[in-house]
Write a new protein. Structure first.
Length: 184
């Protein structure tokens, strides 16, 4: 994907990206600067985007890294890093980028019970990953793997049910009206 096409694909999401950054850095001006720096980085790396359908998730990764760089510069200590906070940022971005449509919560019953449980706890109920891992009697690493696999399974189930050909969100899910999102 070339830089111009990439920036056009992201333009409609700018307000969401700024809101995401503002929640993490606190000020509008810093959030705007961070999104602008992330957009420049993305434009420089546009050729490395392997799947144009995943442009949002790819950009969120760049945006998270830009936020980390901003925090490091602000703290004056490039060696300090709050891993728990970064994991929280990553989890929020992944959840936002991986929910393909409104059918997702209804299709949880099609998943393995342990996958459905972890999605319910983390993505739907907003439970902290550490407390979810403790409640389920598994390690944090095991929870991360299970959550990744559960989200992938849910995404695949939604794509199969709705007929959506990509992993991009349905803007106007019509499955409740008796027709599939991906069908005309």
């Amino acid at each position: 994907m070339d830089a111009h096409a990439l920036l056009e694909a992201l333009a409609g999401e700018r307000a969401r990206f700024v809101r995401f950054a503002r929640q993490r850095v606190g000020t509008d001006s810093d959030a705007e600067d961070i999104v602008q720096r992330a957009a420049l980085r993305a434009a420089e790396r546009a050729a490395s985007l392997e799947d144009p359908a995943r442009v949002r998730a790819w950009f969120y990764r760049i945006l998270r890294n830009t936020i980390v760089d901003h925090r490091r510069a602000a703290s004056g200590d490039a060696s300090r890093r709050d891993d728990a906070e970064l994991e929280e940022i990553a989890a929020e971005a992944v959840a936002e980028a991986t929910t393909p449509c409104a059918c997702g919560p209804r299709l949880l019953t099609e998943l393995r019970p342990n996958y459905a449980e972890v999605i319910r706890r983390i993505d739907l109920d907003g439970e902290e990953p550490s407390s979810a891992a403790a409640a389920l009697g598994i390690s944090q690493g095991n929870l991360d793997v299970r959550l990744h696999r559960a989200r992938r399974s849910l995404r695949d189930a939604v794509c199969a049910y709705c007929g959506v050909g990509s992993h991009r969100p349905c803007r106007d899910c019509s499955c409740d009206e008796g027709r599939r999102c991906g069908s005309p």
